[in-house]
Design a binder for this molecule. Structure first.
Ligand code: C2E
Ligand code: CA
Ligand code: CA
Ligand code: CA
Length: 275
């Protein structure tokens, strides 16, 4: 039994070594990805639920690895966070997104995901301002998306940085709402502009009344606190019709558009006509 135990231990040890090696290799490649221009952004539109107009797009990062092909952000963002690479990468994302959005017609906004790790640098508001000034994008056309995990550790520092970003005139959205561990109390201490209801609540909404009840409750809280509500991950016409009835303000999802290199800024009325 003792030998079995050691054998098992050795096995796990070797497997762990391999994982560490793979991870180090990927971290090394990620460090080079920026200068090798392997990173790019794709854009997915937000649709105004009432008018069908495209009100803006969310920027989503993609990594085209030379040998491994397309790597999902779910696989490399955690690595970028663990290595601190997320900071220069996050600046690059902001810069690219603002450069792109300044070319869009009228008041369309661009939303950028910001990792909690980027908030450890207290200069984040100044860096955002510098990027806005350099690209010429009006602050009101930039929206940053943060998740509830930001509000779990070091709340007061995070809130201070959020307030300074908002004082620039940049909008702030709470992403993946309903999936984190934060309490509703955070909605009292920080005035978000927008709540994005996580797609896990949207995917079952046509079949499950409990999801409908939750979305209705989130709508009431958000509107009561002067925030708008975006439903993310809308994939079917049934879901969109229900969410429109419930009174969500904005939609985002494959039903309207997948994320694309050249954002599709045309209005939703194509879909409305088809429905
Ligand atoms: P997220 O911010 O919640 O972004 C939404 C994700 O859902 C995106 O995945 C998007 O492609 C996907 N999606 C959109 N509509 C639908 C739909 O109708 N159905 C389904 N099943 N999925 C849909 P993606 O692009 O793979 O990004 C995954 C996550 O990676 C993002 O989740 C975000 O947390 C992170 N991420 C992406 N880009 C960035 C970035 O530039 N910076 C940071 N810090 N994180 C990023
Ligand atoms: Ca997001
Ligand atoms: Ca989300
Ligand atoms: Ca998410």
């Amino acid at each position: 039994a003792k030998r079995d135990g050691r054998g098992t231990f050795r096995f796990f040890g070797a497997e762990m070594d391999l994982q560490v090696q793979t991870r180090n290799r990927l971290a090394h490649d990620l460090r080079l990805a920026l200068s090798r221009e392997e990173l790019r952004l794709v854009y997915q539109p937000f649709i105004d639920a009432r008018t069908g107009a495209v009100t803006g797009c969310e920027a989503l990062i993609r990594w085209q690895h030379a040998e491994k092909g397309l790597i999902s952000p779910a696989d490399f963002i955690p690595l970028a966070e663990a290595t601190g690479l997320i900071v220069p990468m996050g600046d690059w994302v902001l810069d690219q997104a603002c450069q792109e959005a300044v070319q869009w017609p009228d008041s369309r906004r661009v939303a950028v995901n910001i990792s909690p790790v980027q908030f450890r640098d207290h200069d984040l508001p100044e860096r955002i301002l510098a990027i806005l000034l350099r690209t010429g994008l009006p602050p009101s056309r930039l929206e940053i998306e943060v998740t509830e995990s930001l509000l779990v550790e070091e709340v007061s520092a995070a809130l201070d940085i959020l307030r300074r970003i908002r004082a620039l005139g940049v909008r702030i959205a709470l992403d993946d709402f309903g999936t984190g561990y934060s309490s509703l109390g955070y909605l009292r201490i920080f005035p978000f502009d927008k709540l994005k209801i996580d797609k896990s609540f949207i995917s079952d909404i046509a079949e499950r009344s409990d999801c409908q009840i939750i979305v209705q409750a989130v709508r009431d809280i958000a509107h009561g606190l002067h925030m708008t509500v975006t439903a993310e991950g809308v994939e079917t016409a049934d879901q969109a019709a229900l969410l429109q009835e419930i009174g969500c303000d904005e939609f985002q999802g494959f039903l309207f558009s997948r994320p694309r290199t050249r954002p599709d800024l045309r209005a939703w009325d194509r879909w409305q006509r088809a429905a």
